[in-house]
Design a protein around this ligand. Structure first.
Ligand code: PEP
Ligand code: MN
Length: 376
């Protein structure tokens, strides 16, 4: 009796191994079919074909398993094959460190993002010619290269100041050029991308638009670097997927920006997610910067947040600076005045010797907002 049992058990095991081998062979065929189909631009998954295969299997079923069980078992096998294709199509993101170990350095004129830490400073919004001119002169006098200023402001309330729009772009671009700075400004609408490209060196996609895939595709069709902010409650994966939308259109110059996420804490406007900085630096070769102003929503803890960001690997900091924060038309409570900003630079260790007026920066050329010939 025990001899028979042993024999039967051994036979079962032999069958298991044969089934395993057949499953592996099947997977190999599925992969080859998938490659042929993707080369021919055919859809990977055809539900009608799966349905036909299931019907034929049931028709051939002579028991002992009921048809329902056969259907269930083969459905599992089919699904495992689809999952295998998904895994093999890699979903290794184009911006993954697995593809390129070195950091991407984005060159804009003679300024670089992705190497030594840079500072992007300027007012929350462009409010007037005098205001942005003053901020540009101040930022340049500190030897910094990046001037921020919103012309299109995505405000939580429709009654809040919405920005000066095209005039704001013009004023920002002019002030930046005059002082040899790179202009960084937000674009909120796919229809404005060309216009913003004519005035800015870096297109900012704001937190509220991180999931705006049409906007991401549109900035991806330009050759202007993109500063992509993390959504208010976006995961690290979601931020990387959003960057992928831009890169897939051909624009590989994407800078990721951690700007705080929503949590239950009310003492800060958002919670600066330092882990995200470390994770992003580990997972992608794209430059990572941190906007401490929107993370904190207050001005008194920006320096420690900046230090934490740099310690975690951030390659730049964004800070809101205004000639007179008390009268700012947006984010008055978080913008630094000039003296506070100089102290901030000291405290985060990014204060450089003042840039000599005898050796002014020259404004980098703005890339022509030409679209690469797209497939369509
Ligand atoms: C901004 O930087 O001007 C801004 C609106 O920030 P966020 O999109 O991160 O809220
Ligand atoms: Mn702001």
């Amino acid at each position: 009796m025990s001899e028979t049992l042993e024999k039967l058990r051994a036979e079962i095991e032999t069958i298991n191994y044969a089934v395993l081998e057949l499953l592996s062979r099947r997977a190999g065929l599925v992969t080859r079919i998938h490659d042929l189909k993707s080369a021919a631009g055919m859809p990977a998954f055809v539900p009608e074909r799966e349905q036909r295969m299931l019907e034929e299997l049931v028709r051939r079923n002579r028991g002992p398993f009921p048809d329902q069980t056969i259907r269930h078992l083969f459905k599992e096998i089919f699904q495992a094959s689809v999952a295998l294709q998904d895994a093999e199509a890699g979903r290794v993101l184009k911006t993954s460190r697995a593809r390129q170990s070195g950091d991407l350095r984005i060159q804009i004129g003679d300024a670089v993002i992705g190497g030594a830490p840079v500072v992007v400073a300027g007012p929350c919004s462009v409010e007037s010619e005098e205001q942005i001119e003053s901020a540009a002169a101040f930022v340049a006098s500190l030897g910094l290269r990046f001037l921020r200023g919103g012309a299109f402001k995505p405000r939580s309330s429709p009654y809040s100041f919405q920005g000066l729009g095209p005039l704001g772009l013009e004023l920002l671009g002019r002030a930046a050029r005059r002082h040899g700075l790179c202009a960084v400004t937000e674009v909120v609408d796919p229809r404005h991308v060309d216009l913003v490209c004519q005035h800015a060196h870096v297109l900012q996609v704001g937190a509220r638009n991180m999931y705006n895939y049409e906007l991401l595709r549109e900035v991806g069709r330009t050759r202007t670097p993109v500063l992509l902010k993390r959504g208010l409650s976006a995961t690290v994966d979601e931020l990387l997927w959003s960057a992928e939308y831009v890169v897939l259109e051909g624009n590989e110059q994407v800078i990721l920006c951690e700007r705080g996420i929503r949590t239950y804490e009310t003492q800060t406007r958002n919670t600066l997610d330092v882990s995200a900085v470390a994770l992003l630096r580990q997972r992608t070769f794209l430059p990572v910067v941190v906007d401490v102003s929107h993370a904190a929503g207050r001005r008194d803890i920006l320096a420690p947040l900046g230090r934490a960001a740099l310690a975690a690997g951030a390659q730049g900091l964004m800070v809101e600076v205004h000639p007179c924060p008390a009268v700012a038309r947006s984010d008055a409570e978080q913008q630094l005045d000039y003296a506070e900003f100089e102290r901030f630079l000291e405290e985060v260790g990014l204060r450089r010797p003042a840039h000599g007026a005898d050796q002014p920066w020259s404004a980098p050329e703005i890339e022509a907002p030409l679209r690469q010939a797209s497939a369509g």
